[in-house]
Design a protein around this ligand. Sequence first.
Ligand SMILES: Cc1cc2nc3c(=O)[nH]c(=O)nc-3n(C[C@H](O)[C@H](O)[C@H](O)COP(=O)(O)OP(=O)(O)OC[C@H]3O[C@@H](n4cnc5c(N)ncnc54)[C@H](O)[C@@H]3O)c2cc1C
Length: 484
Amino acid sequence: MYQPRGKVWGGSSVLNAMIYIRGNAEDFNRWEAEGAEGWSYADCLPYFQKAQCHELGGDDYRGGDGHLHVSRGKSGIPLHEAFVKAGQEAGYPYTADCNGYQQEGVGPFEMTINKGKRWSTSQAYLRPALKRSNLSVKSRALSTRILMEGNRAVGVEYEQKGQTWTARANKEVILSGGAINSPQLLLLSGIGPEEHLRSVGIEPQVNLPGVGENLQDHLELQVQHKCKEPITLYQAQWKFPHIMVGIGLKWFLTQTGWGAGCHMDTGGFIRTFPNKKQPDIQWHFLPSALYDHGRKPAPYHAFQVHTGAQQALSRGTIRLKTANPHDHPLIDPNYFSHPQDMIDMVQCIKLTREICHQPALAKYSDGEIQPGPDCDTDEKIAHFIKTMCDTAYHPSCTCKMGTDDMSVVDNQGWVHETSNLRVVDASIMPSITNGNLNAPTTMIAEKCADRIRGLSPLPQSTAPVWKPAHPEKQRDGVAQVSTV
Ligand SMILES: Cc1cc2nc3c(=O)[nH]c(=O)nc-3n(C[C@H](O)[C@H](O)[C@H](O)COP(=O)(O)OP(=O)(O)OC[C@H]3O[C@@H](n4cnc5c(N)ncnc54)[C@H](O)[C@@H]3O)c2cc1C
């Protein structure tokens, strides 16, 4: 399976879809219950706010003066309104801000975009700091090993322009290589499960069995419909060069128009089944139908609803193929190893089909493209899922924070059984959050940054959190057109 990530300043935030989703309050309360003391929602919300500069200004949930610019979609394509209306017709609540008081429901989505430009973590944090005298950045460099003296990290070894260099640390070494590369670098440095390290010829320095374990990800599929009206992004492709040039020129001159957004202006969060504590399905609505990781558009006007279960129970691994740092690690997401995950994905497809049948969206539909009308039993849907589903690019949790035997870092990012060594990135999530991962990863970085600087954590938030009126049901309302 294609598993891209950004090998660039700002990492994957430079090539991601820019959707800004914090996660559900219960995700962070679960983190704390899983052993990450001080990481409840009340502890994390102040850091989401600290990181954020929302175009609508700050309030009890939003931040108004942080580094990470966040804005709402402005494409103006009427299908977005139809999707949100269809969600309400299906019996789900409208949520004006899925990153605020109420995640559950359908409504506008937000993006890491500032005045029409992508706002990567490099734009937000690294570039503004470049002029500091205490910052030195090495580009086109590959860290190959952490230098250890006993259990103490004293620096890193890296390669640049064919030469090997070392950088010594006065205070501490911080890994932020992401959920695939941070465990890879720990393993290359002899920090990880002893048996695995020996199997690839690495002498273990620190036996930490959890390194590279607990890999979690989101899988995703699209329910696609042909669209009766020419109101989609179909024309935004190079077979219509005059339109593409127009989009480019408009963006170049004014940073507005179709070039200024990611086009998933709306979406939603719903529950798979009754009695769920939190929503566990995410929807992204796109006024276009795309294939092959967004690289091939459908040859007609169409729209799609991305759907995926957010709380899969399968767990994968990151392992070394060899002791050579240039070799890619072995990524085994182990999808669907837990039977509940297929049951949840089948339910995702059914509930997504149902929203497409509500009057507000159905009036635009010229027939379902995929899964397709013949895909009419659970077995056929499961087959469709197995053949068509793909990663939503959210690998995480491979150096999980906690106190149990399989945890890798403590609640300040310190790697267990070592000194002077931290990990700060998506790998330290104890478990995956409900939504895209850039916002919670940035929150993790802000929260750890205070600890690195020796500051006390910000005071807990007291902002309330929405609860469903009927947690015993799958949704609070009733669908106008019921197909499930
Ligand atoms: C195609 C795609 C689309 C996505 N869409 C969204 C989205 O719309 N919204 C969202 O919230 N999330 C999205 N994500 C996920 C999100 O971008 C990531 O979860 C997030 O960037 C993770 O941050 P990180 O710091 O943990 O790792 P990364 O962003 O992967 O950063 C790791 C950095 O470490 C560097 N590095 C790694 N190993 C080494 C080494 N050995 N030596 C030197 N440098 C090294 C890398 O070059 C990179 O710069 C998407 C991801 C992808 C790939």
